[in-house]
Design a protein around this ligand. Sequence first.
Ligand code: NAP
Length: 230
Amino acid sequence: MANATHHRPKTTVVLAMSADGKITDVQHSPPEFGSSADYAHLECQVAAADGILFGAATLRAGETAMRVVTPALIAARLERGQPEQPAQIVCTRSGHLDPTLRFFQQAVPHWLVTTSTGAESWQGQPHFQQIFTDETPNHTIDWLKTLQAMTPLGIEKLAVLGGGQIVAALLADDLVDELHLTVCPLLLGGASTPTPVAGQGWLQQDAPWLELLSVKQIENEVFLHYRRRR
Ligand SMILES: NC(=O)c1ccc[n+]([C@@H]2O[C@H](COP(=O)([O-])OP(=O)(O)OC[C@H]3O[C@@H](n4cnc5c(N)ncnc54)[C@H](OP(=O)(O)O)[C@@H]3O)[C@@H](O)[C@H]2O)c1
């Protein structure tokens, strides 16, 4: 049974992909292939969360975080006792982020998950209000400890907006609870184009399996909602 020390946020991955399973194009451009229905679905997931986690490559590509902008969604957050915007949490091992990115001008809480080396240039600076540096003995990020450290800071629900490297890191430590995948009607190809899950991969017998909770079609897109089967 989980005790208070081991309590971690519930994690939900939210991604849009092409019909051939790519989350971006060969130039790693920010994804613009989702419909307005997919954008509304993404904003609802962001609005439901206390924190939004994403990889440094996703931030470098898009330069900004996904804010809640719809007044009704903001009002619902305030009614639930949540702050107007969820914490926007970027992860990078290197800490190499451009401090002039538009992200840092956005009116959102800015949090950082990194290594002790990656944190060096950000400690004592105004860019991040929280910096997590929980490391394994191999100096990689200790994801379980990092997530557990977020709970006392009000993060009960964490939406993971990609990319594939971050999703793979969380799955490797069995820290993904649910996934929302939107299948969009285009093909992007490319042998090394990012997919929802990067990393080293699994053999079939070791793969994480999912339970399909719902399927919804809106025009040419399919909205899949899965739960991690344990
Ligand atoms: N379609 C969609 O819904 C969607 C959603 C999100 C992103 N995308 C696209 O996907 C692409 C980015 O995906 P990606 O898989 O290449 O990259 P990513 O997961 O966004 O970020 C990778 C970066 O995260 C850091 N990182 C990697 N593994 C880590 C770990 N275990 N712990 C902590 N930090 C770690 C590293 O940063 P450092 O190198 O700084 O150490 C790495 O370069 C972009 O083109 C983006 O536009 C699409």
